[in-house]
Design a protein around this ligand. Sequence first.
Ligand code: ADP
Length: 482
Amino acid sequence: MAKQDLILLALNPAPILDLMDRTLHAAGFEVARAYDQTGLNIAVQESIPALMIIGENLAGKDGLTISKDLLERFPTMPIVLYADRDITGLAKSALKIGLSGYLYPPLKMSDIVDEVEKSLARGRKLGDWLRREVKRTTSSLAEKAEISETERNKLEAIIANIQDGVIVIDQHKNILLVNRMIREIFNLNGKETVGRPLVDVIPNADLKALMVRSVEGPLKYHEINFDDGRVFNAQYTPIPKIGAAVTMQDISYLKELDRLKSDFIHTVSHDLRSPLTSILGYTELIERTGPLNENQTEFIKRLQGSIQHITALVNDLLDLGRLEAGFDTRRETVHLESVLKYSLDMFDAQIKKKKIQLTTDITKDVPPLRANPIRIRQMMDNLVGNAIKYTPDGGDIRVSISIVDTQIIFKIEDTGPGIPIDEQSHIFEKFYRATNAPEGVEGSGLGLSIVKSIVESHQGRVWVESFNGAGSLFTVLLPTQE
Ligand code: ADP
């Protein structure tokens, strides 16, 4: 028995209080008294007792409520309730709120000591269990922390040695981490990085532009160019609760390949154009050299058709080359609705022939664009031409021009075969033709790449929305001020 245990008696002054005091003293306990709730609180604060005996009524206050409050503060404290008589239901209430024992007269000295020792033993067991649990949980937490420390080291080693550049920033765009590759790319060796604003550590204009564009959402493609010819593709990925990650891959060799391919196509197209012009010229001259029979006339016609086809292809290729090289700098005031009108007039015969229902919806007072009128017309012709080409006879085409803020929005929707979802990102690539393009509908796959280059050279955007089999909707967004 722990003889130095302090027992606090919170009872109204009465002979039973003296009896308890004497009995417990005699049994070797230290005893303290409190006659009301204030005294009880002070006594508890001064020295946390090992056990309390609380009167069912303490200076007019309900002993059960007082005990309940105490248990909320000291959940493992053994409390014994003392009642002047055994009232029905009181023992039940005492157990319900978690008291350890219940005493009521007639009391023998041994009853008091037995109840106190029993409750103390139970309290100790509870305390031991609690200590063990705390120890177990703490050690399992420590284990977890250790695992995550190892995991973190592993992750850091992977990020450090990865061949892509990785920057992790917090929500205020301060650097949390840069890997070895980023240090090499931006020549940061020896520079303090962690905790500093990204724009201060790496004052690169393209990277700055990426951060600005990042508000639009995760970006798949953004180029970062260096004066020495290196080109990187950068992606910005938001990381919830942390900030964001910027990853960069070196695509210089791909860019070089692309340039070589474009140069090759440009040279070949250029060299083909003169002989094609002279072949077409001679086919026209043949007709003037004398009368031709029916077969000869038919063959010459086919020859001319094919030459015009190749010439159109070569012209498209040359146009693309020029657009991609950034030669399109001519800017004039262009009214989009006038361009659309001319384009629709040109296709009028085809629209009528295919019995296509054409609807136009043009917002009033659309402001003019600063643009290259020839290119804008080319873009419009390609989109309108495709809509007519791919829409079956008797179908519908809806064209609209509207304005939102400073952007002009041109939409063209048809009831053609649509474009499969997984091919929608490819149709703006050179020579790409969708797998569901109807048989007999000819094309080179260059029209939409020209559209994209023209739109982008005017700082605009173009995209398609289409559910396979349910028509296509092409949208072009052009800023009124570049
Ligand atoms: P093409 O000369 O083949 O028409 P484009 O570059 O203009 O080349 O278009 C690329 C491909 O996109 C087309 O081959 C076709 O499969 C698809 N496409 C373009 N416009 C439409 C449309 N309005 N409806 C259905 N498919 C289209």
